[in-house]
Design a protein. Structure first.
Lengths: 211, 211
DNA sequence: AATTTTATGTAACTTGTGTTACAGAACAAC
DNA sequence: GTTGTTCTGTAACACAAGTTACATAAAATT
């Protein structure tokens, strides 16, 4: 995904010039930390390729997955935190090999002022993140763990564009904020129900599990 | 709270003029619905006095409290939803007598373009809401119900600036997305532990409950 | 091949929360 | 005062999820 493909920038190529000329491109391999919890942020990461996984970490080390940032999107929390001179309350890691363009806040300040298309972009991404977060709240508050596991597997299958995903129960448990045994137990149940087929380090989603 | 007191507007009184000349002021009494779930939004509510309570409603009618919008703040989700021609996924009601200035999206579009101070305002509020939501996620995911009840009571005590709040267990239960019996049970436990004193329709927070 | 590490399966148990049901208390309406 | 309504207290139970403990299986390392 190149920046040219971001819908708001198509009519304003000068935005892209500004981003590329002042931004710093950086690559990360799977699992690498991009933004640490409690890190001070002074630039905004725009995903060029790959994917960023955004987690919230509790004071006592428990984590939970918030959402993924896909190519063409940016980490809006980084954006806002930097504007408000705040510290990040989230942890962002690379999901697969990922290339990120870090845009300094000084550039953002200029773009805010001079390019309405940039604002359209920011507001669109913000809405998306916010909406995602609301879904997370809803899921944690009202859904049972088996539903949440299935939803998570479905999402990963869709992202991988492959009915088989490669992940351990432990990793899934961390993302969902629960314990490994719980995930193993429920996945086994789902296998008995014909929703998935399990293997070491992999989960295959069957047609029945698609809906 | 008059708009003059919003920090970003102090150096840009023309924003206030624009808001007042195009906005529509409306008053609500306690509990009245300001934005309905699934309502289409075409204006942004800025709270002048009182307070707006923002809840998320599940498909099957279950609710959970997201946050409060206090005087000088605005409902950012309404803002974004309107920009993206989206439908509201939240329900906003008046918490006590509340006066709201509804600013049409057309005005917002102009302000975005012409007044950097307006953007500063929007971004500040946005950050605040986002941060609030993250705290909600954290609470639901990792805190036990008794902690959440106590936190809720503390928040209400602070907002009321009075150690006694007037609320039924049922109302508290709805806000926390649980059942009334659960709240009654845990509150009673908290009373036994000397954290609160209970009465019909009221909860008094004791010093021991403050920390 | 033998050993170690990592991932999974399973059982037994605890705990927190949701559910149902009902009784009594406080309050409001008549 | 009597009646009806709303709120709270409590008990008994159901169930989802967390916890501990250990066995087995698969992969990696030596």
């Amino acid at each position: 995904m190149e920046l040219q493909n971001i819908q708001e920038f198509k009519t304003a190529p000068s935005i892209i010039d500004k981003l590329l000329s002042t931004g710093l491109e950086k690559s990360f391999s799977n699992g690498e930390i991009i933004i640490n919890e409690n890190a001070f942020i002074n630039s905004i990461p725009i995903v060029k390729s790959g994917c960023i996984k955004v987690m919230r970490t509790d004071d006592d080390g428990k984590e939970i997955l918030l959402y993924y940032i896909k190519p063409g999107d940016c980490c809006i929390m980084g954006f806002l935190g930097s504007l408000n001179d705040q510290i990040s309350r989230i942890k962002a890691t690379a999901e697969g090999d990922t290339t990120v363009l870090f845009v300094p806040v000084t550039t953002v300040a200029i773009l805010n002022r001079e390019h309405p298309e940039w604002l359209d972009y920011i507001f669109r991404i913000y809405y998306k993140c916010y909406d995602n977060l609301l879904e997370v709240v809803n899921a944690i508050a009202f859904k049972k763990m088996d539903e949440r596991i299935l939803a998570s597997v479905r999402q990963k299958v869709e992202m991988a564009q492959n009915d088989t995903i490669f992940i351990t129960h432990e990793q899934l448990a961390i993302e969902l904020g629960t314990a490994r045994v719980v995930v193993s137990r429920l996945l086994k149940q789902m296998e008995d129900d014909g929703l998935v087929i399990l293997g070491r380090n992999k989960i295959k989603l069957l047609e029945k599990g698609l809906l």
